[in-house]
Design a binder for this molecule. Structure first.
Ligand code: 9WN
Length: 424
């Protein structure tokens, strides 16, 4: 048992050491043996306290795989890992060493935090100057190529793009996708940990159908999204993270002596916050729901993605959102960390992936949001929960928010990294 903070920090550092590939970190040696986009950002937040140059390397490696159109791929495959270790591997995506999907844009926030941990080393490496144009191109891709709703918000085209794969919010839009033939592929994820805690086979068949359709359109954001089979959703979690990332870009621009550019990033964040409040906020529910762009209807499930707009400092509806967060659906401060799904729903499952368990990255983000809205006591409790859960579960991928039982992979990258950050 890792009784002291220094024992916990040392154990977390060992996880990051063991998961280090030489220029990036895997989320998990067994289940996820490649580099993942938003994992790397969270991992860098922890690495910056241990070895800032490694944190910089982590992010630079990811951005070296950025596509010409600006997208940052959700997976960068490690050439030394056997092809059969993960499905869908590079042979499926047919996109060189990367996948063609994306993940939530938490990178600018991570880049800024990594810089602040070691400004001298960062300046010597020209870290900010190197990454600023790449981050700008990434955000431009999202806002210019992914605004399928036409109101200044980004749409995701696959549940994997939300980072919250089997969130109940995706059930409805996913139900319209014809499942791929299960005989076409072998799930490698089921070889690691309890299959009951992972998405179902039926969900995987739909994920594969969607990913193959996007791939077969050459990852076109012009043709594929209009196909009948597609999935096009404005996710409040993804969009809140982009708005926050624009605020981080503003800070980076100031540090680079670009005040006019900084003002532009702040305006962009404010525009997004306004669009989110107009399109995704439900006043009666006191919650942000994703919008299914194909039907124009809200995906009315209370999932943790709807809490992430708390990150926005000037959010007028923050008091109402906080009241939902502390109410019966999420019971913030009364259960452990942040449940990924509505505790009052009959479908709530405390062990199943994004349908109930608490995840360290979401807890970390919600804590940031609480701090920005002056909710220091709740933020303090959340920090303790996250550290205890990491300590008790050997850095589990996700945990039961009621019993503290660990689920999924152990020695999971961002669980360890964010514990280090919370201890700093
Ligand atoms: C698909 C790596 C990733 C996380 C996601 C999490 C899970 C992948 C999977 O693992 O998704 O991208 O194979 O299930 O849902 O948030 O980035 O840790």
């Amino acid at each position: 048992m890792l009784e002291t903070s220094s024992a916990l920090r040392a154990a977390a550092a060992r996880v990051l050491e063991d998961n280090w590939l030489g220029s990036s970190t895997v989320p998990s040696r067994g289940l996820y043996p490649h580099q993942w986009s938003w994992d790397s950002a969270f991992i860098a937040l922890g690495l910056r306290h241990l070895a800032p140059e490694r944190a910089r390397r982590e992010l630079v490696t990811l951005f070296n795989a950025q596509w010409r159109d600006g997208r940052v791929p959700h997976i960068l495959f490690n050439p030394d890992t056997p092809a059969e270790a993960y499905f869908p591997g590079p042979g499926f995506w047919r996109a060189g060493r990367t996948s063609g999907l994306i993940q939530p844009p938490v990178h600018a926030r991570a880049v800024w935090a990594v810089h602040q941990a070691d400004p001298v080393g960062s300046d010597t490496d020209t870290f900010l100057a190197t990454l600023y144009p790449k981050l700008k191109a990434w955000h431009r891709y999202l806002l210019a190529h992914r605004d399928f709703g036409g109101h200044g918000l980004v749409s995701i085209v696959h549940p994997w793009e939300s980072g919250m794969d089997n969130s109940p919010a995706w059930d409805e839009p996913l139900s319209r996708v014809t499942p791929a033939d299960p005989g076409q592929f072998t799930r490698r994820d089921l070889e690691h940990g309890a299959p009951a805690d992972r998405p179902t086979d039926d969900e995987y068949c739909r994920y594969v159908r969607l990913a193959a359709g996007y791939r077969d359109s050459d990852y076109s954001d012009v043709h594929w999204p209009t196909e009948r089979e597609g999935f096009t959703v404005e996710d409040p979690g993804f969009n809140a993270l982009l708005a926050d990332a624009e605020l981080a870009l503003a800070e980076i621009a100031v540090a680079l002596g670009l005040p006019a550019a900084a003002a532009g990033h702040r305006e962009s964040a404010a525009r997004m916050a306004k669009a989110m409040t107009e399109r995704l906020w439900d006043t009666r529910a006191g919650f942000f729901f994703p919008l299914d762009v194909r039907t124009g209807k809200a995906c009315r499930e209370y999932t943790c993605g709807g809490l992430l707009p708390l990150l926005l400092p000037d959010l007028a509806v923050a008091p109402a959102l906080l009241s939902t967060a502390t109410g019966p659906r999420f019971r913030l401060g009364q259960v452990l960390a942040v449940p990924s799904y509505d505790l009052t729903s009959p479908s709530f499952d405390p062990a199943k992936y994004w349908r109930g368990p608490a995840w360290a990255n979401v807890g970390w983000l919600v804590r940031e949001g609480l701090l920005r809205h002056g909710e220091d006591a709740l933020a303090h409790q959340l920090r303790l929960d996250l550290l205890n859960l990491a300590r008790w579960t050997d850095f589990a991928e996700y945990v039961d928010p009621l019993s503290a039982a660990g689920h999924g992979a152990r020695s999971f990258g961002w669980t360890a990294a964010l514990a280090i950050d919370l201890l700093a």
